[in-house]
Ligand binder design. Structure first.
Ligand SMILES: *Cc1c(COP(=O)(O)O)cnc(C)c1O
Length: 396
């Protein structure tokens, strides 16, 4: 019989039923330290009192009105985002992939209103992930996600990450924008040099292309700055945000300069749910938490500890680990042994970590992780590595 639930996921047989801060509790009562945060979503831990309060208060007042009317929460949250970023304007979505869609539409529309309607190609980078809608899988370029869904859509080009010559060959008068994650998430926590990203900015400036940063995973404090571009000393023209901004409530956003957004006039885009009062209540509370004095200092402190300890873990198990990657609390452990086995063994020990491409174990704890919880997580990772090595030695 076909499953009642569409079987597009190969799910792990565990059901979490409750969360508290950095911990998850499964149906059977077992407690887990959460180093996955629902894929960088639960940035403020589970059942955060501020977020729960914001949501439940709003829930008792008004859930939804539609975007035919003013939504006060959108006005305050867009103001906070504009005041604390490069952007002049914000549009709220329900998800990351919808933010990708709008970023693409906005870039194309920008050139359209500039009198260059043929300038609609978006260039992305191998290993990218931008979501699962038709445009987003075409931008992502992952064959596995494209297969069987019709012909490749016109207007998407892809080049190897880090190869400026390949990029220069592909761009031309038809290129509207470059679309890139400042650190690739699903692709395996792949970082690039600031010089490379700067070269992309310069190319855009020289040719009139727009630079779109996909900060759906890197944004909202994940890398130790409000946004990852804050490490770089320059800014994108358009940026997509989701995941952490809602702390677990479905919320995404597109941020843009007034110039990049100038084609998006009345009627050019819309959404029924995007920016609804429930999402805005949570989003406003979440942004207030990230921007509170000391919050990002805490993220960087815990992150530095983890990077240092993970470096030691890798050095201590050279047959198992290759390297530590990433920035802030977006961390990848590049494995030499199968990452799926390590993830399962860690889970048996009460630690949730995530898979990613390139045989990487992804570590994305809540940004509110305490130093003591970070130590506990390191103990569990170290215990898992030692157990697996002992088992392997016994089998030989
Ligand atoms: C998760 C993710 C997306 C897609 O977000 P959804 O909310 O799943 O649609 C897009 N880009 C990046 C970088 C992501 O990490």
């Amino acid at each position: 019989m076909f499953p009642a639930l569409l079987p597009t996921y190969n799910r792990t047989d565990v059901a979490f039923v409750r969360g508290e801060g950095s911990y998850l509790f499964a149906e059977d009562g077992k407690r887990y330290l959460d180093f996955g945060a629902g894929i960088a979503v639960n940035a403020f831990g589970h059942a955060n009192p501020k977020l729960v309060g914001a949501l439940t208060q709003q829930a008792a007042k008004l859930w939804h009105t539609s975007n035919l009317y003013r939504v006060p929460g959108q006005e305050s949250l867009s103001r906070k985002l504009v005041d604390n970023s490069f952007a002049d304007t914000v549009f709220f979505t329900n998800s990351g992939t919808e933010a990708t869609e709008l970023a693409i539409k906005m870039a194309r529309r920008y050139h359209f209103v500039n009198g260059a309607p043929d300038r609609f190609h978006i260039v992305s980078f191998e290993g990218a992930f931008h979501g699962r809608t038709i445009a987003a899988i075409n931008a992502g370029g992952n064959e596995k996600y494209l297969e069987g869904f019709g012909p490749r859509m016109a207007g998407f080009d892809q080049v190897p990450l880090g190869d400026l010559d390949a990029l220069k060959k592909v761009i031309g008068p038809h290129t509207a924008a470059l679309l890139i994650e400042p650190i690739q998430g699903e692709g395996g926590v792949r970082t690039m040099t600031p010089e490379y990203l700067r070269a992309l900015r310069n190319l855009c400036d020289d040719t009139g292309m727009l630079l779109i940063f996909d900060e759906i995973q890197t944004g909202v404090g994940r890398t130790g700055k409000f946004f990852a571009y804050d490490w770089l000393g320059f800014t994108p023209d358009i940026m997509t945000v989701a995941k952490g901004i809602g702390g677990g409530f479905p919320l995404g956003a597109v941020l843009a300069t007034a110039e990049a957004a100038k084609g998006m006039t009345v009627g050019t885009h819309g959404t029924t749910y995007g920016g609804n009062p429930l999402a805005m209540a949570v989003g406003n509370a979440a942004i207030d938490l990230v921007l509170a004095p000391g919050f990002l200092d805490h993220v960087n402190k815990v992150a530095n500890y983890l990077h240092q300890q993970l470096g030691a873990l890798v050095a201590g198990h050279p047959a198992m680990f290759e390297s530590v990657r990433g920035q802030g609390l977006m961390i990848g452990l590049k494995m030499k042994t199968p990452s799926a086995d390590f993830i399962a063994a860690a889970r048996a020990n009460g630690l949730v970590v995530l898979p990613a491409g390139d045989n990487v174990v992804r570590i994305l704890p809540p940004l509110t992780l305490s130093e003591e919880e970070a130590r506990e997580g390191m103990d569990l990772l170290s215990k898992t590595a030692s157990q697996m090595e002992a088992q392997k030695a016994a089998a030989q």
